[in-house]
Design a protein around this ligand. Structure first.
Ligand code: NAP
Length: 486
């Protein structure tokens, strides 16, 4: 029988008021319903916000290292269930099992890292220009924070928002993506088992329109951290900034990899295949444009075709599978639509380009990894986020031309260069318009202990993860203290 998962409000597992649920379907096998989740409405969302409001003062009053201990305990619980949680994620989202387990491990690391922040929370002590005056800053939590997360990193993104928000003393209401709510549920369940005080953390599922809108408009919410599409993020920005509350948006990308002529071609082809096709190209940091110096274009493209064709597409729970399905029918349609647009605009299909059919493929949303050549910068395939396994190949005359092509998009999330030329590496790092820069590595594959975020239209607001994450979830207070009355 299919399991029904409840909301977590005020420390209790609750059905939503309408008692309606929605299914979480396995994209590799649509016969399998992974679970039923609460189709919550505005009243449920308000109840979650009220529970957060009640709990927040006591949670904030708890010494920060003790708040951190709940994250440490939850990390232990998650680690003991790593295999099961990885499989849950593969079944709800479709990424391969090693990728899913890697992501759960990352969520565990995030909990440990921010558990440790409970005992740090550094601020400043700065000399005064007056005698006998001691000056310092301290961090205060904001109050209730609303976290809205996407389906593509269903464990890591909820973890990297919840952990700093909680350790800073905020009460959290999280709304995960409806396509993959189970992975975030598992994090909440672990924190519940770790004994987190009732109301400090609240989890509520339901549609973006019904839950998301009510959540960001609740008067007590002091900050909104959102990761998802530009369309939804930009609309949220308008609503939230009217209320002058804090907002952080992480959105789309059109991430380039530049390959220079001095490079090892096999190495470069591996970097491109990993960046473009792992997780079915559904990473915000995935590479969707390869910008290759003319001198090596033909031989590199040949290797790329061979490696792309060798990638095994199939059931992501099975060993040896390189790529799973698109997350749902809508994303599959988007992938196929962009493939048609690219052909119409004059790009030439080198391999892939089709929905996979027959056998297990008929039960899921499988598409071939796809390469296009003769892509020019004004084409939609070179400018718009597809969010699927479609790589646009572009020729650059030289390094300067490659930089021009790399920067001529509205996005600026991640970017990579593959070369041994140390001068070019530094010039690339200085000139590329991206928040995450990699060298001789894929555009995707970030670590939990470093700041994360993009530039241009990819992002707005302060950085997530690493030592900068707490800045978003705390407000700084400045103290001038004269310790004599003379
Ligand atoms: P999405 O459709 O924008 O959804 C993101 C979240 O917003 C979901 O929880 C969604 O709920 C919710 N939502 C939808 N409408 C809303 C509304 N009116 N008010 C409040 N919340 C609302 O994005 P997605 O399809 O899940 O994720 C893919 C996108 O995320 C891609 O563009 C990708 O580049 C981006 N992304 C960016 C980063 C980054 O760090 N830059 C990381 C990962 C993904 P429902 O699920 O219920 O619709």
């Amino acid at each position: 029988m299919t399991e029904t998962f409840r909301n977590y409000v005020g420390g209790r597992w609750l059905e939503c008021m309408s008692k309606k649920t929605f299914p979480n379907v396995n994209p590799a096998n649509t016969d399998e319903v992974v679970g039923l989740f609460q189709a919550s409405g505005p009243e449920d969302t308000q109840a979650a916000c009220e529970a957060a409001a009640q709990a927040q003062p006591a949670w904030a009053a708890l010494p920060a290292p003790r708040r951190g201990e709940y994250l440490f305990k939850a990390a232990e619980i998650l680690e003991s269930r790593l295999d099961e949680l990885g499989a849950d994620m593969t079944r709800e989202e479709g990424k391969t099992l090693p990728e899913a387990k890697g992501e759960v491990k990352r969520a565990i690391n995030i909990f440990r890292y921010f558990g440790g922040e409970g005992a740090r929370q550094f601020s400043y002590q700065i000399p005064s220009e007056r005698e006998n005056v001691f000056c310092y800053t301290l961090r205060k939590p904001l109050g209730i924070v609303a976290l809205i997360t996407p389906w593509n990193f269903p464990s890591a993104i909820p973890a990297w928002k919840m952990a700093p928000a909680l350790v800073a003393g905020n009460a959290v209401v999280i709304k995960p993506a409806s396509l993959a709510p189970l992975s975030a549920y598992r994090l909440v369940e672990a924190l519940h088992e770790a004994g987190i005080p009732a109301g400090a953390l609240n989890y509520i599922t339901g549609s973006g329109g019904a839950v998301g809108n009510t959540l960001v408009e609740y008067p007590g919410v002091r900050a909104v951290s959102f990761t998802g599409s530009c369309e939804v993020g930009n609309a949220l920005y308008d609503k939230v900034t009217r209320r002058k509350i804090r907002v952080q948006l992480e959105m789309g990308g059109k991430n380039p990899t530049i390959v220079l002529k001095d490079t090892d071609l096999d190495y470069a082809a591996d970097v491109l295949v990993n960046g473009a096709f792992f997780s079915t190209g559904q990473k915000c940091t995935a590479c969707s444009r390869a910008i290759i110096e003319r001198a090596i274009y033909e031989p590199l493209v040949e290797k790329l075709i061979a490696k792309t064709r060798a990638l095994k597409v199939g059931n992501p729970l099975e060993p040896g599978i390189g790529m799973g399905p698109a997350v749902d029918a809508g994303q599959l349609d988007t992938d196929l639509k962009y493939i048609e647009i690219a052909k119409k605009e004059g790009a030439r299909l080198l391999c892939g380009g089709n929905r996979l059919t027959g056998g297990i493929y008929d039960k899921g949303y499988f598409v071939e990894p796809t390469l296009f050549t003769d892509v020019t910068p004004e084409m939609r395939i070179a400018q718009e986020e597809v969010f699927g396994p479609v790589l646009a190949l572009m020729q650059a005359k030289d390094f300067d031309d490659a930089m021009r092509l790399a920067n001529c998009v509205r996005f600026g999330l991640s970017a990579s260069i593959v070369t041994r030329d140390v001068t070019r590496i530094h010039q690339f790092v200085n000139r590329i318009e991206a928040g995450l820069i990699t060298v001789n590595l894929p555009t995707a594959g970030v670590e939990y202990q470093l700041p994360f975020g993009g530039t241009k239209e990819s992002s707005f607001g302060m950085r997530e993860q690493g030592p900068l994450a707490l800045d978003f979830y705390t407000e700084s207070r400045t103290v001038y203290l004269k310790y004599t009355q003379a």
